[in-house]
Design a protein around this ligand. Structure first.
Ligand SMILES: NC(=O)c1ccc[n+]([C@@H]2O[C@H](COP(=O)([O-])OP(=O)(O)OC[C@H]3O[C@@H](n4cnc5c(N)ncnc54)[C@H](OP(=O)(O)O)[C@@H]3O)[C@@H](O)[C@H]2O)c1
Length: 332
């Protein structure tokens, strides 16, 4: 697979693999040996960028991902994240957003991942009152010590990106981006382009919606975020059908699939964009990673952009909606 550069030092496959779903967020999970087999399959197909976080599971997703990538650890870019808040099981005296808190979180991630360095270490959210300059300084110390190779933030504002980058250059921003969520096109993505920072879209298939394989009657269970995010309300699924119709038209014309057109569209936009779809079936891994071979011409891209601009999007995916899932599940 073609490679892309995040920041000035991390070379990754043009499409990475989001490993969250192997433990967290999309309902029933595969057995561990199957998850490991699928991660190995992605690597065989040329994927060299794997994403996890301490909060996925929590903790167990890092253990699983670390175990799976161990045979080829040095050949890949391994990304993980620390939550800005203490999470279940972290009864620490230090606050998370402190030099000691971040260092302790990293040390524990390294242990779970079974590695002695993280290639890309993200702050998982950036609260409005976060002293981003301080965090950037502490991240710079971890880079200097060789414990991390680069750092990033998830869902920051443009202002946070600029302030942090001025202290310790950012390697990548990981934020939600897809044909259904384009809010960062106006500020954060242009700032990444200007400053030489990679942009890693999470939920690039809008939690699978853009694959066209789900409908208003699809049932979701357990911790599947599609139970609560409004993009998957029955009415919104119906209202968003024109977007799927458009994708199907392009897919047929390009001998591709709707998921591949969605990914090819963002790859075409900027060469520093590296999506990390989540996928737990071999055929989906082949399909999604295969999107790197689907090339849109300038004309196809422009007409797709024009068509997208005319289609209103209904519903979204917010942290607040996802937080409701906890109380729903407590009452089950
Ligand atoms: N920074 C953050 O706050 C944040 C938030 C969310 C996610 N992430 C990271 O980003 C990664 C990707 O996010 P995501 O998992 O929401 O991405 P996504 O790829 O938009 O959605 C994943 C869902 O779509 C389904 N899917 C993917 N490809 C498909 C295909 N070709 N056909 C049919 N269904 C398909 C998956 O199904 P199956 O898995 O069942 O096959 C899964 O249910 C995560 O794994 C995680 O590492 C980060």
């Amino acid at each position: 697979m073609k490679k892309r550069l995040l920041g000035n030092n991390l070379e990754v496959s043009a499409i990475g693999m989001g490993c969250m779903g192997f433990s967290h967020g999309y309902g029933a999970i595969p057995p561990e040996e199957e998850s490991i087999r699928l991660i190995h399959r992605a690597f065989e197909l040329g994927c060299t960028f794997f994403d996890t976080a301490e909060v996925y599971g929590p903790y167990v997703n890092e253990e699983l991902t670390g175990k799976a990538v161990a045979p080829f650890r040095k050949e890949i870019v391994l990304a993980t994240k620390f939550s800005p808040f203490l999470i279940a099981g972290q009864n620490w005296p230090e606050s998370k957003l402190s030099r000691a808190g971040i260092r302790r979180a990293l040390e524990e991630s390294l242990r779970r991942l079974g590695t002695d360095y993280v290639d890309l270490y993200y702050q998982h959210r950036v609260p409005a009152d976060c002293a981003v300059e301080d965090v950037a300084g502490w991240m710079g110390e971890l880079i200097d010590e060789g414990l991390i190779r680069g750092w990033g933030m998830s869902q920051p504002t443009e202002s946070a990106v600029r302030r942090a980058h001025a202290v310790t250059p950012l390697t990548a921003i990981q934020s939600e981006y897809s044909m259904m969520e384009r809010m960062f096109e106006k500020d954060v993505i242009p700032a990444c382009e200007e400053l030489g920072i990679g942009f890693v879209p999470f939920s690039p298939l809008a939690s699978g919606f853009l694959s066209g394989k789900y409908n208003k009657n699809t049932h979701y269970e357990g911790d599947d975020v599609r139970r609560v995010i409004t993009r998957f309300n029955k009415e919104n699924v119906e209202a968003n059908q024109p977007l799927l119709d458009l994708l199907h038209t392009y897919a047929a014309a390009k001998n591709a699939t709707p998921a591949q057109i969605s990914l090819a569209w963002m790859l075409h936009k900027k060469d520093f964009i590296v999506p990390i779809p989540g996928m737990r079936k071999e055929e989906r891994i082949v399909e999604n990673l295969g999107a790197a071979k689907v090339r849109l011409t300038e004309e196809e891209f422009s007409s797709l952009e024009r068509a997208l601009a005319a289609i209103p999007i209904h519903g979204n995916r917010t942290d607040e909606d996802i937080a409701r899932l906890g109380s729903i599940r407590k009452n089950e």
